[in-house]
Write a protein that binds this ligand. Structure first.
Ligand code: KIV
Ligand code: ZN
Length: 520
């Protein structure tokens, strides 16, 4: 292996998707996997095949279609998980099985295994995985809180059993850069056989150090970074792919390692993941945030006009950022819209284009200047006209300084038009009460989030709504120049997704019911 190359292992579709509410559909997963493959990601962790039939099918479909990337599936340390994982990945051009077990005292207590019993389990499961597949990754979950001697012992067993990559997860985001570098360095120096395998780093961002810890681990000798687009992931998320890749690109003087990533594809995939997961990118996020390349203050603008390098350490085009000019208006046609969306990273089929074009025309009637960000927001509007069981026909809201506010809502439910008038504490509350009155349900609102897409009072609002019912979590999104309309549409989008999930899984069959941290 080229010692200057760092392998990029993307786990957006597994660790990222595990983030509550970030669930993606089969087609969305395939589309994202295609973009990862295309941008040069070395290994795609496509999912956790035992978790649900849906996960299995998505991993299998990704395995069959990737052109370049290795396709990996996750499996707990048991034979059933590993067999199921192999069934899903085995058709890949280059398959990998990733199996893991929690080795720290706290994690050992969950399956109630002694150190010796766990050591036997590791030997048995890694051997089994290796008998199925040449490429096996093993992870001691919560490695950074595992006793040093026991960590070395388990890694040695996994290597002897045939693991080809050893991943060292900082599962709870507990480590710090100096420690991260030192841990990998000492493991490679100490564990017999460690020189013959690849060491990987897998960091969570609970203390905001995931990127720094991953890069420090590389300095210590790791040659695989596990990461997600936009840092998506449970709690504070994972190491962000775009951050480690750009850090290596911008600072080769102190970090002389390269990746095979085409960085000009970063913005497109970042937008895509934000849209389908419903997790918007924070404005000041490194590399992909809306403000990452914005220079607003007078001093900055003056410097930038004289020499862009005054305040810019990388060029916007290096990450695929095209200028946000006024792009389209009410006279723009379908071909122009398709081409503009392609530039923004959205490949559209004919039906999708037809639906987006209708929404684009509606927006162009209300908003004179349509910016790139408006188009990205339109792509996040969640409707499926052919399959949606709930559709909003009209909404009228009466507001005033003295409440309560009132919403008059007309909705089609399974093709039958129904009306109601409800009040609430504010226009959004009144609207949500009206939706509930027409379509009674017990789903709990977990998140309601509004963002302005562009500046100005005619800006579109993007709204995300997250609902939970019997352990199923769904998100809905919409965008509109009217915040209340966007809210109503996002709520109905989430309900439509919930109805699909209800049809596909009885409570208890849903993947969130399977705790991937259990061993048995
Ligand atoms: O964070 C973690 O420990 C994981 C393992 C499954 C590798 O995601
Ligand atoms: Zn993780």
């Amino acid at each position: 292996m080229d010692q200057n190359k760092v392998v990029i292992f993307d786990t957006t579709l597994r660790d990222g998707e595990q983030s509550p509410g970030a669930t993606m559909t089969h087609d969305e997963k395939l589309e994202i996997a295609g973009m990862l493959d295309d941008m040069g990601v070395d290994i795609i962790e496509a999912g956790f095949p035992i978790a649900s039939e849906g996960d299995f099918k998505a991993v299998a479909a990704i395995a069959r279609t990737m052109q370049n990337s290795v396709v990996c599936g996750l499996a707990r340390a048991n034979i059933g998980d590993i067999d199921r994982c192999w069934q899903a990945v085995k058709h890949a051009r280059a398959p990998r099985i990733h199996t893991f077990i929690g080795t720290s005292p706290l994690h050992r207590a969950i399956p109630n295994l002694t150190q010796d019993e766990m050591a036997d389990r590791i030997h048995e499961t890694v051997t089994h995985a290796r008998n199925l597949c040449d490429n096996v990754q093993w992870s001691p979950m919560d490695a950074t809180r595992t006793e040093w001697d026991y960590l070395c012992r388990t890694i040695e067993i996994a290597i002897l059993a045939g693991a080809t990559t050893i991943n060292v997860p900082d599962t709870v985001g507990y480590t710090a850069p100096v420690e991260s570098a030192d841990l990998i360095k000492r493991l490679i120096e100490t564990v017999p056989g460690a020189q013959d395998v690849v060491f990987a780093t897998h960091c969570h961002n609970d203390l905001g150090m995931a990127t720094a810890n991953a890069l420090a681990a590389v300095a210590g000798g790791a040659r695989q970074i596990e990461c997600t687009i936009n840092g998506l992931g449970e709690r504070a998320g994972n190491t962000a792919l775009e951050e480690v890749v750009m850090a290596l690109k911008v600072r080769p003087d102190i970090m002389p390692w390269t990746t095979g990533i085409d960085t000009t594809k970063i913005m497109a995939i970042s937008r895509k993941v934000a849209t389908v997961s419903g997790f918007a990118v924070q404005f000041n996020k490194a590399i992909t945030g809306k403000n990452a390349f914005a220079h607003e203050s007078g001093i900055h603008q003056d410097g930038m006009l004289k020499n862009a390098e005054t305040f810019e350490i990388m060029r916007p085009e290096d990450v695929g950022l095209t200028e946000t000019n006024i792009v389209m208006g009410k006279h723009s046609g379908r071909a122009a819209l398709r081409s503009k969306l392609n530039n923004l990273g959205f490949e559209l089929g004919d039906n999708q284009l037809r639906d987006v074009f209708v929404r684009f025309k509606e927006l162009a009637d209300r908003k004179k200047e349509i910016f790139d960000d408006d188009l990205v927001a339109l792509m996040g509007v969640g409707t499926d006209p052919e399959n949606d069981r709930l559709k909003i026909t009209s909404l009228r809201v009466v507001c005033g300084t003295h409440g309560p506010q009132q919403a008059d809502l007309v909705m089609q439910i399974d093709g039958v038009e129904q009306k109601t008038t409800q009040t609430g504490d504010g226009p959004v509350d009144a609207t949500f009460n009206a939706v509930k009155a027409l379509f009674p349900h017990n789903a709990r609102l977990q998140l309601y989030q509004v963002n302005a897409v562009t500046e100005g009072t005619d800006a579109q609002a993007t709204v995300s709504v997250r609902l939970e019912e019997d352990g199923r979590i769904v998100t809905g999104q919409s965008a509109d120049t009217d915040t209340v309309v966007a809210s109503a549409k996002a709520y109905v989008h989430a309900l439509n997704r919930l109805l699909v999930r209800r049809d596909k899984s009885a409570p208890g069959e849903d993947k969130r019911e399977i705790n991937y941290k259990d061993v048995s």
